[in-house]
Design a protein around this ligand. Structure first.
Ligand SMILES: [Zn+2]
Length: 386
């Protein structure tokens, strides 16, 4: 989903463009394939932010203001993201520590690591604890017995997932028993595969509410996809500790995900963007949401969490006012692209404006409670119709 070709956003026709840009447009073969996505949506027109290169170079999503804000949860995995310009600072901070201090720093920075990176980081933390080892020493030490350390990490996370499951569903529930069997399998030398595991897990929800099941799944999503994903990081960077540290953070970088894939004609405008970490955006490519949801079953919950966070930024005045319409825009785009699987509950531009004014006047604003109120209102309307 990263941008790698020239844009074909047909919204360009509604914008004043330079002659060069119109030339580009008429010769661009992708334009004819541009989807209906951006035809009938007035909001999209007003929303175009000019992310087109007039020089025939890669298009830019740098105008997507959410990319400039640190600690926004990724729309897909829900982990916090870093601005590109902050990554170096974090990796240097990590490299500056040794032993227990390093282990502690890794724990504090956990929120920025994606699953394979988090696994590697925890294996390093485990190796340097109680020693005087540097980050480079920790990489070397953890690489030596990587399979055992990998299994240890997975068993640890699965143990937490099991405890969550027992708490929510009970000891005898099939879901709890299945997790226990998986742990036993790893002890007996089975290879672990997260996608297979979470797909099975989803089938065992039973009577659990979405929220209860979500807590179990969230814990499970700290697992790496498989051992190869972790080994690949070591293979590439074990002899270059600085690059290894960079890799741990680089997947947290905020990128603009094209909801309708760019290579399939998805336009370069904010109504087609979701802020997503590089770790989620890069592997997705042109995968449909149906396929992608197998890799990231938590997406529907996380994208809702993400959008509420963005609404909070709007209300706090941290995003420009033209973002007031963004939640409503992205709701439409996402619903269309996922064939109605992902239906966000969003606050209208008017509501956001009202809340921003309230906040300015010193009132407390609770975005999640406002969202719940929208859901209740929708349900009441539905009941009235029925
Ligand atoms: Zn992500």
């Amino acid at each position: 989903m990263m941008i790698n070709s020239v844009s074909a956003a047909s919204t360009i026709t509604t914008q004043p463009v330079s002659p060069k840009a119109s030339e580009k447009r008429t010769t661009n073969p992708i334009e004819t394939k541009a989807p209906a996505l951006n035809n009938d949506n007035g909001a999209l027109k007003s929303y175009f932010l000019g992310g087109i290169s007039f020089k025939g170079q890669n298009c830019s999503t740098s105008n997507f203001a959410i990319k400039k804000i640190e600690d926004v949860p990724c729309c897909c995995c829900g982990d916090l993201m870093l601005r590109k310009e902050d990554i170096y600072k974090h990796e240097q901070h990590l490299l500056a520590h040794k032993g227990d201090e390093l282990a502690k720093t890794i724990k504090e920075e956990e929120k920025y690591f994606r699953t394979a990176e988090r696994t590697a980081a925890f294996m390093i933390a485990d190796a340097v604890k109680g020693t005087d080892m540097t980050f480079a020493d920790g990489v070397a030490a953890s690489q030596k017995d990587l399979p055992q350390r990998f299994d240890k990490y997975c068993r640890g996370v699965l143990g937490e997932t099991y405890m969550k499951s027992v708490e929510k569903a009970g000891y005898d529930a099939p879901i709890s028993k299945f997790i226990q069997t998986t742990i036993k399998g790893i002890e007996d030398g089975d290879d672990f595969d997260r996608i297979a595991f979470t797909t099975m897990l989803q089938g065992m929800k039973g009577n659990l509410s979405a929220e209860e099941y979500g807590e179990i799944e969230d814990t499970a999503m700290n697992l790496p996809e498989n051992r190869s994903a972790v080994m690949a990081i070591y293979k590439k960077y074990a002899n270059a500790p600085e690059k290894f540290a960079h890799r741990l953070y680089s997947t947290a970088m905020t990128t603009a995900e094209h909801v309708h894939p760019h290579s399939l004609g998805g336009p370069n405008n904010t109504a087609n963007y979701l802020a997503e970490c590089a770790g989620c955006n890069n592997p997705r490519g042109n995968m449909s949401y149906a396929e992608w949801l197998k890799v990231h079953p938590e997406y529907p919950r996380m994208v809702q969490k993400h959008i509420e966070h963005v609404e909070g930024l709007i209300v706090d005045g941290k995003l420009p006012k033209n973002y007031d319409i963004y939640p409503s825009d992205i709701k439409k785009t996402l619903s269309k692209e996922s064939n109605g699987v992902m239906e966000l509950t969003v606050l209208s531009a008017d509501k956001l404006r009202e809340l921003r004014d309230a906040k300015k006047a010193g009132k407390e604003v609770d975005i999640h409670a406002e969202t719940q109120a929208v859901i209740e209102q929708q349900e009441a309307e539905k009941a009235e119709k029925a």
